[in-house]
Write a protein that binds this ligand. Structure first.
Ligand code: AMP
Length: 553
């Protein structure tokens, strides 16, 4: 065990939980974890203001696991999440952290999947239930006692749940639980509606907020790139082609990620090494010395391992995984731009981490401009530039040393100097792709990112006034429900219900138009019939949705 792991060990968590966390590769608790874990462990209600990327899931999952009794086979903790995607993510996190706690089971309860097996898993004694509010209410309608034994409730992304229209469902759920329960609420923002919930349903809550002081960052050019999590490695490889760097440090979150990225870089011929909390001190010093003198150009590190690392050669910092808080961002990018030199910092942002980017911008008082992934042409240009730079210095005297040889070879082979030069280039570049077609073929992947993911905009809200339906988006079908504004429906209710019951990603749902006596929703044409069948029994505001394909004449 390294000295840094004391961080988790000092938190009073059960050794089997600490062991599972360390096995996951976490080296030390993030700020939100450091502050929340003791409060939740002590049984207090809590309001945590934190967004995705801060490590908030573990901030509640670890102490909740600590507080349940694995020998009792009944639901003891309920975690509510706005979407099926998040519910699944949270359930997986619980499973990971409970790996060394025999007898603990987790069930995810969300729309779009049959209800029977979910209810059975609850009745069979799952201690942790992770649910979306709509589907959980359906279960409550079947069995109003289902939550009777739950004495820990977590509302995750409470603001998102309200935006998706789950307020009424939440009230039903609160009523179905013992009043003596512990309630923890996490939310990125604390608007009046959330404060009102806290006022009514939390008892003397402690507040946790990661205080962010304004930080100044100078001489470092900052940019961010939107990318999906599974495309990070290929995005990094492509960026490295065009960035002119001397030495570079890439930050990731876990030990495993340092190893994975370092070996992907080495496989592409970069001089790269991993630096994490498992690496012995003397080896760590060797890595840093190698980075200093150019035997290494890239170090892939966790925050802990990079502490105190000061290498003037570093021109670039890649934040491959998001830092937990703005301070740590500022700290990371401060590894470059040393001694008055210029530095460049690049941040990879996944769709769910957009908010964290905004927080960083606010705290640093600077805009972190968006860049796009370089296209094949840019990669080709960069490769040719590198080749030019490596050959140009040789041209001056190569003719005097190798000119006669060239004459002889062209004569012997019977080819032109151009043909021979081309052959030499092919050999020297080792089969590297150096035409546009070849580069395109080699790197077909361009991380895709829909405009909605980029801006974080929600589908348009209800538009009662407008008469004619708006033009239909490509690949989408318009569907109609007889529920409208006069049934108390707002666009967000439809969005929440369809997202969860249909099991769709948010960007799959197009415009939603709510009129007085009906509503129109744009859904993906592909798989529409299956989707409508799935939504057959969905209820919104207590009424059957009955969504049908809508054909305009
Ligand atoms: P969250 O903010 O809960 O969505 O967590 C964001 C990511 O950080 C997840 O991929 C977690 O696995 C990871 N994570 C959470 N806590 C830690 C930690 N203490 N050390 C390293 N990674 C962590």
């Amino acid at each position: 065990m390294t000295q840094e792991t004391g961080g988790f060990a000092a938190l009073d968590l059960h050794p089997s939980i600490v062991a599972a966390v360390l096995a996951t590769g976490y080296e030390e608790p993030s700020a939100i974890q450091q502050q929340s874990i003791p409060i939740i462990l002590a049984g207090h209600d809590m309001i945590g203001q934190a967004q995705t990327g801060t490590g908030k899931t573990a901030a509640f999952a670890l102490p909740i696991l600590n507080r349940i009794d694995p020998s009792k086979r009944e639901p003891q903790a309920l975690i509510l999440a706005p979407t099926r995607e998040l519910a699944l993510q949270v359930a997986t996190a619980f499973e990971t952290y409970a790996k060394q706690m025999p007898g603990v089971t987790v069930v995810a309860v969300y729309g779009g999947a049959p209800m029977g097996p979910q209810l059975k898993a609850i009745r069979n004694g799952a201690q942790i239930v992770v649910a979306t509010p709509g589907r959980l209410c359906d279960h409550l309608r079947r069995d109003e006692k289902v939550l009777a034994t739950v004495n820990h409730l977590v509302l995750d992304e409470a603001d998102e749940m309200l935006k998706l229209g789950f307020m009424d469902d939440l009230e039903v759920i609160f009523k179905a639980m013992p009043e003596s329960r512990q309630t923890v609420l996490f939310s990125a923002t604390l608007p009046a509606s959330i404060r009102a919930i806290a006022e009514r349903h939390l008892r003397d809550p402690k507040h946790v907020k990661i205080q962010s002081k304004t930080q100044t960052v100078t001489a470092i050019e900052q940019a961010h790139l939107m990318v999906h999590a599974d495309q990070k490695v290929s995005a990094v490889l492509r960026l490295l082609e065009v960035e002119e760097f001397d030495a570079l440090i890439a930050f990731v979150r876990t030990k495993q990620a340092t190893l994975d990225l370092a070996s992907a870089l080495e496989a592409k011929g970069y001089k790269a090494a991993a630096l994490n909390g498992d690496i012995a001190q003397n080896q760590r010093e060797r890595v840093i010395d190698s980075l200093k003198d150019g035997r290494l150009d890239i170090v892939v590190a966790t925050d802990v391992a990079a502490r105190g690392l000061d290498v003037p050669r570093i021109t670039h910092v890649f934040n491959v995984d998001m830092p937990y808080d703005p301070e740590s961002y500022v700290h990371r990018i401060g590894r470059t731009g040393r001694a008055g030199r210029e530095g460049r910092a690049l941040l990879l942002v996944t769709p769910r981490e957009r908010r964290m980017l905004q927080v960083i911008e606010r705290v640093t008082g600077q805009k972190v401009a968006e860049v796009r992934l370089p296209n094949a042409q840019a990669v080709l240009d960069a490769r040719i530039k590198k080749l030019t730079n490596s050959l140009a210095p040789l041209v001056a005297d190569a003719e005097s040393t190798h000119g006669d040889l060239l004459d002889r070879l062209t004569a012997d082979i019977g080819c032109s100097p151009r043909a021979l030069a081309a052959a030499l280039l092919r050999k020297a570049t080792n089969g590297q792709a150096l035409t546009l077609e070849a580069v395109e073929k080699e790197q077909p992947l361009v991380p895709t990112y829909t405009p909605r993911e980029r801006t974080g905009e929600r589908p348009e809200r209800g538009e009662r006034e407008r008469r004619a339906p708006m033009p239909l988006g490509e690949g989408r079908a318009r569907c109609r429900t007889a529920l409208g504004a006069r049934d108390g429906i707002a666009a967000k209710n439809l969005l929440g219900a369809i997202l969860n019951e249909g099991g769709l990603a948010r960007e799959a749902i197009g415009r939603i138009q709510v009129r007085d006596s009906f509503s129109l929703v744009e859904l993906p044409e592909e798989g529409l019939e299956r989707l409508l069948a799935k939504l057959k029994d969905t209820r919104v505001a207590g009424k059957q949705l009955k969504l049908r394909r809508y054909r305009e004449d």
